[in-house]
Design a protein around this ligand. Structure first.
Ligand code: UD1
Length: 339
């Protein structure tokens, strides 16, 4: 690729790991982030890990003037759009903020790209766009539909990008549907640093191991799964990051818009996660069975064949790797980036 790759939200959990993999693969990157839910320290560490420097713009992707300035200063050829609000519960409380932020940032990014001749875009979508039907294994052509505003923003952005690629035949767009990203860089230098009390399982497991959450709730053990707890497709964030590098390569020879799952294809139950975490790290967790959480599907995992076929990518790391790397990061950075 001749030009640079812009990472919106590049200081975040998935963005920072993707930054490392892109730099290691020889790409020139530019990051824009408003640090609403991330820290500049993550980018400082990305530079230290890779030994490479790159421009960073502290700005909101909704800020048209700031984006215009960035695109006029940097030869951007492709963008990976990670930036966005992502807390499901909060999105139910503040739907307007979610729709305004996630849709506006995407429209501003795509309009600025159009004005500056950038036509390659990778979007951070989510397996949450699959309408929870009777199906557990998700293929990209299954019906979509959501149950919360966060999910609807992903769904709507997918539709917007499909329409953009249909209207302008020179666009190349990959909608990457992530399953459940966990783990951390194996150096322990970058990882997930959620604001406040986390909602997702793996950060909560680690807070339980640290004693911050005294008793971890397992939300439901009466699902129609082998051990009764929910099944998800947990994917190591470094595998996921490599999937973005593969997607960019794919876009070099593709025009149109394609939705592609990034998952391992293997589902694990909540109890599998807790047991593997304890074994891999030699720690004891304290948990109890609690009522089901509203909106949870019994099982959801990727059919990863499309990514294998089109991107020539597949996840390689094991669940034990995910548990070990997450815990290494947490122990080396008990207070995240704010130490
Ligand atoms: C959640 C979001 C999804 C979002 C994804 C990534 C919901 C309903 N879904 O996915 O839209 O794209 O995060 O951020 O919020 N669990 C426990 N105890 C806990 C926490 C979780 O048992 O303390 C269970 C849940 O019931 C679920 C599994 O662990 O079965 C995974 O939960 P979580 O990490 O929140 O991910 P998802 O719900 O799959």
């Amino acid at each position: 690729m001749k030009g640079k790759v812009l990472l919106t939200g590049g200081a975040g959990f998935i963005g920072s790991h993707t930054c490392v993999e892109l730099l290691n693969a020889g790409y020139d990157v530019v990051v824009v982030d408003n640090y609403a839910n991330s820290s500049p320290e993550a980018l400082r560490r990305v530079k230290e890990l890779t030994g490479k420097d790159f421009p960073v713009y502290q700005a909101d992707v909704c800020d048209r003037a700031a984006m215009e300035k960035l695109f006029s200063e940097q030869p951007i050829e492709a963008a990976i759009h990670f930036a966005g609000l992502k807390a499901v519960g909060e999105s139910v409380e503040k739907p307007l903020e979610y729709y305004r932020n996630n849709l506006d940032s995407t429209l501003t990014l795509v309009e600025t790209m159009r004005a500056h001749g950038a036509r390659k875009l990778v979007f951070s979508s989510s397996a949450t766009v699959y309408a929870a039907a009777s199906q557990s294994e998700m293929t990209e052509d299954l019906p979509t539909g959501c149950i919360n505003p966060y999910g609807w923003t992903k769904y709507m952005i997918e539709q917007i990008l499909r329409d953009v690629a249909f209207a302008g035949k020179d666009w190349s767009v990959a909608l990457l549907r992530y399953f459940n990203p966990v783990g951390a860089h194996e150096s322990g230098r970058i990882g997930e640093d959620p604001n406040g009390i986390p909602n997702n399982l793996m950060p909560r497991v680690m807070q339980n191991a640290l004693g911050i959450i005294p008793v971890l709730g397992v939300f439901g053990d009466d699902y129609p799964t082998p051990d009764g707890t929910c099944i998800r497709d947990y994917i190591h964030v470094v595998d996921l990051a490599k999937g973005h590098v593969a997607a960019l390569k794919y876009l070099e020879g593709f025009t149109g818009c394609d939705a592609i799952n990034l998952g391992t294809g293997t589902g694990y139950s909540v109890l599998d996660i807790l047991n593997t975490f304890e074994q891999a790290n030699g720690v004891k967790l304290r948990y109890e069975i609690q009522p089901r959480r509203a909106g949870d599907a019994a099982a959801c995992y990727a059919n990863p064949e499309k990514a294998k076929r089109l991107l020539r990518w597949q996840a390689e790391k094991t669940l034990a790797d995910m548990c070990r790397d997450a815990w290494r990061w947490q122990q080396m950075n008990p207070r995240g980036y704010n130490a």
